[in-house]
Design a protein around this ligand. Structure first.
Ligand code: NAD
Ligand code: UGA
Length: 479
C-alpha cells in the first residue's frame, strides 16, 4: 500500500536536485517540495526574483521555476527543519572521485552522502522514505541504513523514527534535463519494501506512464546507474578511437557512424565523434566501477573499463597535438580562437570538459587563446585553466595585443575570437557556431589560417571556399 505524500525534502540544490525537484513540483501541485542546500549563494541564486541568475542554465527550467516557486517549490538553507517535515527525503548531493586517502583517484568520496544521512537520522520524525538520488557505489544503501538505524531518539521523541531506503538514480543529461525529466526513458526504483516502492512510484505516475517505472532490488538499481554511464561513455571512446583510424586510412567517421548506427542492434545515438567526453559523471562513474571491480577481486573487469577512460585522455591530447602539428609545430605567440568551453552545448557546466585539457595543452605550447562561450562564466574558465585571463591591450590602430605567450582572454563576440587569429578551434557544438559567416570572418584572420572542427558542426565547403584550411574530426577523405 502506498501512503499519501504531502512533503518532500531534497538535500542538494545542484544540477540534479534543482531541475528534478522543479519538474516534480510542477506535476504534483498538492505536494510541497523543499530543496535545501548548505551553499547559501546557490540557494540565493535559486531564489533570484527575476530568474535571470539561476545557478544552472537548462532550456525550459526558468519557466517551471517561475510557475512553482513560492507555491509548492521552495529553495532554502534550512536543512534540519525541512528534513523533520518530510515524508520523503531525496539525497542528491555531490559524489566526486576521492582526491586523497584510500581509493584516491577512483573511489567515490561519500562524505557528503554520509553527512546527509546523519542529518536525516538526527532530524527526521515519524516514518521517512530516504531516496538515493545521487549516483552511488553499489551497496551504499547498506551504509545509509546503518547510519539511520543506529540513530538514538532525541529528547522530544516518544518513539524512534523509522526509515525505508530506496535507490532512484537519475538518468537526465545536462542541456536536455527538462526534456529528459518530463519524458524519461524509464524511472528506476530499487528497494526491498513494496509499500515504500509504491509510494515513490505513485509520485512519478503523475506524469510518467506506469510501464516506464521499473522496480528492481536495491543493488541492481545502484549498479544499473554506473553501468548505464559506463556503456554510454564506452560508445564515445569506441567511435573516437575509430575517428583516429579514419584520419589515418581515408575513412570518414560520420559515414562509419551512420553505417553502423543503422544496425538496430547497435542504434544510432551516442556515436558522434568529438573532442572526448566530458561532464561531471562519466569519468567519475567509470573510475568508481573500476575501483569496485578491483575491490571485489575482478582485475580483468577493472582493466576493461579503465581502457575507456585511457582512450578518452589519449584522444583529447591527440586533438591538441594535431593542431600543434598543423601550425608548423609551434604555437608560440599564435592566436587561437576557441569556440566553446562547456562540456556540451546548452549547459554552462565545464566540469571535466575536453576544452580544459585541450586548452591547457595549447597554453603549454605558448598559444594566446581567445575563448568564447555563450553561457560559461569566465571565472569558471580561470579556475579550470588555473590562470586568470590576461587584459587585452587596445592599441592605437585598434588591434588587440597581449602581454605574453601562453595566455587566455575572454572573447565576448565570435568576431573577437577570429580577429587576426591563426586558427579557430570549435570545441562545443553550440548552434550559433554552425551559422558563422566564414566569408566574413576569414577576412580578418592571419594567413595561412586554419579552422579545426572537433564537433563536425561546420559547413566544410563554406569554410574551404573562404580560403581557410580545414580539419574536422575523423575525416581522412582529403588524404
Ligand atoms: P552538484 O555539485 O551540482 O550539487 C550537489 C549539491 O549538494 C551542492 O550544491 C552542495 O552544496 C550540496 N550539498 C552537499 N552536501 C550537502 C549537505 N550535507 N547538505 C545540503 N546540501 C549539500 O552535483 P550534481 O551534478 O547535482 O550531482 C549530484 C549527484 O547526482 C551526483 O552523485 C551525480 O553523480 C549524480 N548525477 C548527476 C547528473 C548531472 O547531470 N549532473 C545526472 C545524473 C546523476
Ligand atoms: C550523462 C548521461 O547521458 C546521463 O544519462 C546521466 O544521467 C548523466 O551523464 C550523469 O549521470 O551525470 P551528461 O554528462 O549530462 O549525461 O551529457 P551527455 O549528453 O551524456 O554527454 C556527455 C559527454 O559526451 C559530453 O562531453 C558530450 O559532448 C559527449 N558526447 C555525447 C559525445 O562526444 N558524443 C556523443 O555522441 C554523445
Amino acid at each position: 500500500m502506498a501512503f499519501k505524500v504531502k512533503n518532500i525534502c531534497c538535500i542538494g540544490a545542484g544540477y540534479v536536485g534543482g531541475p528534478t525537484m522543479s519538474v516534480m513540483a510542477d506535476h504534483c501541485p498538492e505536494i510541497q517540495v523543499n530543496v535545501v542546500d548548505i551553499n547559501h549563494q546557490r540557494i540565493n541564486s535559486w531564489n533570484d526574483p527575476d530568474l535571470r541568475n539561476l545557478p544552472i542554465y537548462e532550456p525550459g527550467l526558468n519557466e517551471i521555476v517561475k510557475r512553482c516557486r513560492g507555491k509548492n517549490l521552495h529553495f532554502s538553507t534550512e536543512v534540519e527543519r525541512n528534513i523533520a517535515q518530510a515524508d520523503i527525503v531525496f539525497i542528491s548531493v555531490n559524489t566526486p572521485t576521492k582526491t586523497k586517502g584510500f581509493g584516491a583517484g577512483q573511489a567515490s568520496d561519500l562524505k557528503w552522502v554520509e553527512t546527509s544521512a546523519r542529518k536525516v537520522a538526527k532530524y527526521a520524525r515519524g516514518h521517512t522514505i530516504v531516496v538515493e538520488k545521487s549516483t552511488l557505489p553499489v551497496r551504499t544503501a547498506e551504509v545509509i541504513k546503518e547510519i539511520l538505524i543506529s540513530a538514538k531518539p532525541s529528547s522530544d521523541q516518544s518513539e524512534p523514527s523509522t526509515f525505508d531506503i530506496l535507490s532512484n538514480p537519475e538518468f537526465m543529461a545536462e542541456g536536455s534535463a527538462v526534456k529528459d525529466l518530463e519524458k524519461p526513458d524509464r524511472i528506476l526504483i530499487g528497494g526491498e519494501n513494496h509499500d515504500a516502492i509504491n509510494t515513490l512510484s505513485e509520485i512519478y505516475k503523475y506524469w510518467v506512464p506506469e510501464k516506464k517505472i521499473l522496480h528492481t532490488n536495491i543493488w541492481s538499481s545502484e549498479l544499473a546507474k554506473l553501468t548505464a554511464n559506463a556503456f554510454l561513455a564506452q560508445r564515445i571512446s569506441s567511435i573516437n578511437s575509430i575517428s583516429a583510424l579514419c584520419e589515418a586510412t581515408g575513412g570518414d567517421v560520420r559515414e562509419v557512424s551512420r553505417a553502423i548506427g543503422s544496425d538496430s542492434r547497435i542504434g544510432s545515438r551516442f556515436l558522434d565523434s568529438g573532442p572526448g567526453f566530458g561532464g561531471s559523471c562519466f569519468k567519475k562513474d567509470i573510475l568508481n566501477l573500476v575501483y569496485l571491480s578491483r575491490y571485489f577481486g575482478l582485475p580483468e573487469v577493472a582493466d576493461f573499463w579503465e581502457g575507456v577512460v585511457h582512450l578518452n585522455n589519449w584522444h583529447q591530447h591527440r586533438v591538441s597535438q594535431l593542431i600543434i602539428k598543423k601550425l608548423f609545430g609551434t604555437l608560440s605567440g599564435k592566436k587561437i580562437g576557441v569556440l566553446g568551453f562547456a562540456f556540451k552545448a546548452n549547459t554552462n557546466d565545464t566540469r571535466e570538459s575536453a576544452a580544459i585539457q585541450i586548452c591547457k595543452d595549447l597554453l603549454e605550447e605558448g598559444a594566446r587563446l581567445f575563448i568564447h562561450d555563450p553561457k560559461v562564466n569566465p571565472l569558471n574558465i580561470s579556475n579550470d585553466l588555473g590562470i586568470s585571463p590576461i587584459n587585452k591591450v587596445l592599441e592605437s590602430n585598434n588591434s588587440l595585443t597581449f602581454q605574453s605567450d601562453g595566455s587566455w582572454s575572454k572573447a565576448s563576440q565570435i568576431s573577437e575570437a577570429t580577429k587576426e587569429a591563426d586558427a579557430i578551434l570549435v570545441l562545443t557544438e553550440w548552434e550559433e557556431y554552425s551559422k558563422i559567416n566564414w566569408e566574413k570572418e576569414s577576412k580578418q584572420m592571419r594567413y595561412p589560417a586554419w579552422v579545426f572542427d572537433s564537433r563536425s558542426i561546420l559547413d566544410a565547403k563554406r569554410v574551404i571556399n573562404s580560403g581557410l584550411n580545414f580539419w574536422r574530426i575523423g575525416d581522412g577523405t582529403n588524404l
